[in-house]
Design a protein around this ligand. Structure first.
Ligand code: FMN
Length: 210
């Protein structure tokens, strides 16, 4: 009896532990960044070479909040979306797997244990060397009569706003990036567990400048 009880406790503890590993709470993003918007606009440029230095959780939290975080009590976002569809989700692809940014919890939810940076890089290997790649996905279902037939124009525009937020936030945070449309979309759809109506539109390899 005692043995069964101990085995049950062990199974429960390991299940809870592995569930906890799959959700990573990010630190509250520090929004007191000193670079002005006009300085960031002055400096913004596409960079395709990164140092090996990892990006810590605070920087990642600042980056993701700027990309598509909640900036008002009613749940509106830092990036506008057509009809406030909030069709965009952002995935973080790193050495330790792929993670969905859950803005309302300021957390990362693991969706794959695989390193998908090569699938993001496709024919541009420099992207696979970045410490992380963000993948911007739009969901057609969030629009009236959403189809499964490729991205909508509104979805592509919404992804562009998020991409611009990422570009400027990288500049303000001393990071380097390039917006990219190239990627292995079908592989990413499968590995990120996307639905038929979700389309990867742009990605950003991100790292420190070399
Ligand atoms: C929609 C879009 C798609 C892009 N796709 C790629 C890409 O797949 N690979 C890449 O190296 N750069 C890509 N770029 C970056 C452009 O090449 C870059 O912005 C352009 O050369 C201008 O340089 P700048 O960003 O330094 O001003 C893309 C940019 C945009 C806006």
């Amino acid at each position: 009896m005692k043995k069964i009880f101990l085995t049950t406790c062990f199974v429960l503890a390991t299940t809870l532990f592995s569930m906890a590993q799959d959700i990573v709470k990010l630190p509250e993003p520090d929004k007191n960044v000193s670079m002005t918007l006009y300085q960031a606009l002055q400096q913004r440029k596409s960079v395709r070479e990164y140092s090996g230095k990892e990006i810590d959780d605070m920087k990642l939290s600042q980056l993701l909040w700027a990309a598509v975080g909640i900036n008002r009590p009613d749940g509106h976002l830092t990036a506008p979306t057509a009809i406030n569809a909030q069709d965009i989700t952002v995935y973080v692809c790193r050495k330790d797997g792929a993670w969905l940014y859950v803005a309302k919890d300021n957390a990362l939810k693991k969706v794959s244990s695989k390193d998908l940076r090569k699938a993001v890089a496709a024919n541009q290997s420099f992207a696979a060397d970045a410490p992380l790649c963000l993948v911007i996905v739009s969901d057609n279902e969030k629009f009236h009569g959403g189809s499964t037939n490729g991205p909508t124009i509104s979805g592509a525009i919404d992804a562009g706003y998020v991409s611009q937020n990422i570009d400027l936030a990288c500049e303000a945070l001393g990071l380097a990036t390039v917006p990219r449309a190239s990627m292995e979309k079908e592989t990413l759809k499968k590995e990120l567990n996307l639905t038929d109506s979700q389309n990867p539109i742009l990605n950003h390899p991100i790292g420190y400048k070399k």
